[in-house]
Design a protein around this ligand. Structure first.
Ligand code: UDP
Length: 358
């Protein structure tokens, strides 16, 4: 079978790395990179480190508003879908690239497969939530990371077939866990000691686009009273500069600001952290898998099971709650969530069943 895969940003390269290699063992895959994330730190390094095939097509579409960006991607993807006439199109997650790929497939009457379907924060103010819902309702095959996600989809009476396959990001995380645990060089290089620092990431529009919220984030970091390592996403870097808050951030003692890191370095810092503070979906999950407590800098999460299990606390941007959550002892048990590390195999089998091609 021929599959048209659309990727465009950092977590999608990681998810595609789990599936693409397996898919290519027996099928033809045309990998399209929209260009949403295009530089070395957010794009190229993930292809190299995780062995993802070079994109077959690069659209070079970045910047602009969500609407403009999605529209430009759709304009480029729709003729490509018609030209390639694949058996199915494959999209991941919840970005503009996901929605554009989904619309291009749906409008061209190509079967659409959504990996990480059914995730919901139930906050329609988030662009990611709107992208997820729209993509799910355009999908022919909805591959879910958890039973909760599948229930969400049944509740919405989606049209396509729903299947729980586990989380493909877990496949990648489990594969790299041992090496990450064994590698302390990224800590040492930054003067950090095991279990003494907080690894922090923040780039959601809801946290960094509003100067008031961004100030609250900077104040929260200052209040943590622990060494903090903060790989700065370009969006956050830009917003800090625009709002004049960069100086205030740089004045925080015990804060190590870095460029966005590659998967290997980031994963090693995560495994050895005392706690993780993040507004990222992927990082919440990875902290859970690594047995590191997580403080989520949002009021909602799609990864609700990590909260129920007691390893993740939603603190929004409340500095006091963040401090308390970081100091809290994590529970003794950590049940297996989101699969066994073989989700990608199930994804490929489901896609084969959908297209009727073995
Ligand atoms: N990540 C990384 N380097 C960093 C920050 C994150 O490799 O400096 C990885 C992280 O391990 C996770 C993914 O990027 O696998 C999460 O991406 P992001 O936070 O951009 O997206 P989200 O999960 O919020 O959609």
């Amino acid at each position: 079978m021929k599959i048209l895969t659309v990727v465009g940003n950092r977590p999608q390269f990681i998810k595609a790395a789990a599936v693409s290699g397996l898919l290519r063992e027996r099928h033809e895959e045309v990998l399209v990179h929209t260009g949403q994330h295009h530089d070395e730190e957010l794009s190229r390094i993930f292809f190299t480190e995780l062995g993802l095939a070079r994109p077959d097509r690069e659209l070079g579409i970045a910047g602009g508003s969500n609407v403009e960006q999605t529209a430009r991607m759709l304009s480029a993807l729709a003729p490509l879908a018609e030209e390639l006439a694949p058996d199915a199109a494959l999209v991941y997650g919840d970005t503009n690239s996901t929605l554009a790929g989904a619309l291009a497939a749906a409008l061209s009457e190509i079967a659409l497969v959504h990996v990480e379907a059914g995730m919901r924060s139930f906050d329609r103010g988030m662009p990611e939530e709107r992208n997820r819902v729209l993509t799910d309702h355009a999908s022919t095959l909805l591959l879910c990371a958890s039973e909760t996600a599948a229930e969400n989809l049944r509740g919405e009476s989606v049209w396509g077939r729903v299947s729980v396959v586990g989380d493909v990001m877990v496949d990648v995380a489990l594969r790299g866990a041992e090496a990450a645990r064994a590698n302390v060089e990224p800590l040492r290089a930054r003067g950090l000691r095991e279990r003494e620092y907080v690894l922090l990431t923040a780039h959601r529009a809801g946290n960094v686009d509003d100067p008031g919220r961004l100030r609250a984030l900077v104040e929260l970091i200052a209040a943590l009273q622990a060494p903090v390592v903060f790989p700065l996403h370009p969006r956050t870097r830009e917003r800090l500069a625009q709002s004049g808050l960069r100086e205030q951030l740089d004045a925080i003692p015990q804060l190590v600001v870095t460029e966005p890191l590659g998967y290997v370095e980031f994963s090693s810092l995560l495994h050895h952290a005392r706690a993780v503070a993040t507004d990222s979906g992927g990082v919440q999950k990875e902290a859970y898998l690594a047995g590191v407590r997580c403080v989520t800098l949002r009021a909602t999460t799609e990864w609700v099971e990590t909260v129920t299990a007691g390893w993740n606390t939603l603190v929004d941007l409340d500095a006091e709650r963040a401090r308390a959550a970081i100091d809290r002892e994590p529970p003794a048990s950590r049940p297996r969530l989101y699969g066994d590390g073989r989700a990608a195999e199930r994804c490929v089998a489901e896609i084969e069943a959908l297209t009727g091609v073995e």
